[in-house]
Structure formats: structure tokens, C-alpha cells
Design a protein around this ligand. Structure first.
Ligand SMILES: [Zn+2]
Length: 181
């Protein structure tokens, strides 16, 4: 599902807000550290007993998020490969940060975009001079499908934004330059 251009911009701004809040300057970003900083408890599906395990797998093959008392818990399926598990965790963080209350197609598309922009934002593909999809995969520890999408978005970004950087892009680059010059 395609979101509006305006919404994509808002989500990118949200991602950069999170980068600033957590002072993210090193790559690949460690999902476990991000969860710790945000007070999110990370749990594997393996902790469920067999019956509960079957129920959660049916509800979501990759992962889910729940608010328990005053904190969030993210559950993930550890039998998926590690790059996919990372994507799932950031997808669930997207649901939290974008204040999603329901699980519909639009919110799924938003959380997916949040995770892919968080993991491999176009300005950083540019900053690190990544020229091939496999370089994007290695730098950011993402799946081939995410790297392919991020790379194609990067191509459009290069073509259309030229030398113009939005405020959030400038902020993202400032932050990352601190440790990567
Ligand atoms: Zn979701």
C-alpha cells in the first residue's frame, strides 16, 4: 500500500527524532540496545508454552508488540534469520513511535516504512558511499529485499533532491558525522 508523500515525510522526521533522542551514530544499529534505551522488553516466541506458541505464530509469523502495565514488550520469532528479526523489531518500534492503536493495512505500511527508513536511510547510503546493494546489506545488516528497496529509494532521492537537503536530513547527517568523519 502506498502512503501519501506528506506521510512519508512525517515518518522520516519521526525516524530522525528517534536517532537524535538515542544519539545513534554507529552502524549497524543494535536492536537490543535501542530497546533497552526505550525501556522496551524484548522477548522471543520461545518463552511461550506450546499452545500459546501456536496461537502467536498464527496471529503473526514475525513478531508483535504489547503494552503491559506501563511499558512495551516486543515478541519476535527467533527462527527467522537475524536480518529479518531486526526488521521485525524496528517495525514494532514503528508501531509504538507512530502511536498506532489498531492493526490495519495503513498502519502496517507505515511501520514497514519506519523500519526500512530507520535501518537504511537514503542520506546515509550517500554519506557512506555505498554503491551496491550488497554494500547496503553489509553496512546496515538488512535483508536483500530491504536493501533493494532502500537502494531504489536512494536512486530517486539522488535524482530528485539534488543538492537540497531537508531539515531532518541535515540533522541526521550532522549526528552521524560526529563519529564517522
Ligand atoms: Zn505490524
Amino acid at each position: 500500500m502506498r502512503l501519501s508523500d506528506e506521510r512519508y515525510e512525517e515518518i522520516k522526521e519521526e525516524v530522525v527524532e528517534l536517532y537524535k533522542e538515542l544519539h545513534i551514530t554507529k552502524f549497524p544499529v543494535i536492536a537490543m540496545d535501542v530497546c533497552k534505551q526505550l525501556d522496551i522488553v524484548l522477548k522471543s516466541y520461545n518463552q511461550f508454552n506450546e499452545r500459546a506458541f501456536v496461537a502467536v505464530i498464527r496471529a503473526s509469523e514475525d513478531g508483535m508488540v504489547a503494552k503491559i502495565d506501563n511499558h512495551y514488550e516486543i515478541f519476535y520469532n527467533p527462527s527467522k534469520d537475524s536480518a529479518r528479526v531486526r526488521f521485525t523489531i524496528f517495525h514494532e518500534i514503528g508501531h509504538i513511535r507512530l502511536h498506532h492503536l489498531i492493526h490495519d493495512e495503513e498502519n502496517e505500511a507505515e511501520a514497514n516504512f519506519f523500519a526500512s527508513y530507520f535501518l537504511a536511510p537514503a542520506p546515509l547510503i550517500h554519506y557512506f558511499n555505498l554503491e551496491y546493494i550488497h554494500e547496503v546489506m553489509d553496512k546496515f545488516w538488512v535483508t536483500i529485499s530491504l536493501a533493494t528497496n532502500a537502494f531504489s529509494r536512494y536512486g530517486k532521492w539522488l535524482k530528485y533532491s539534488g543538492n537540497f537537503y531537508t531539515q531532518y536530513e541535515k540533522e541526521l547527517l550532522e549526528l552521524v558525522k560526529e563519529e564517522n568523519t
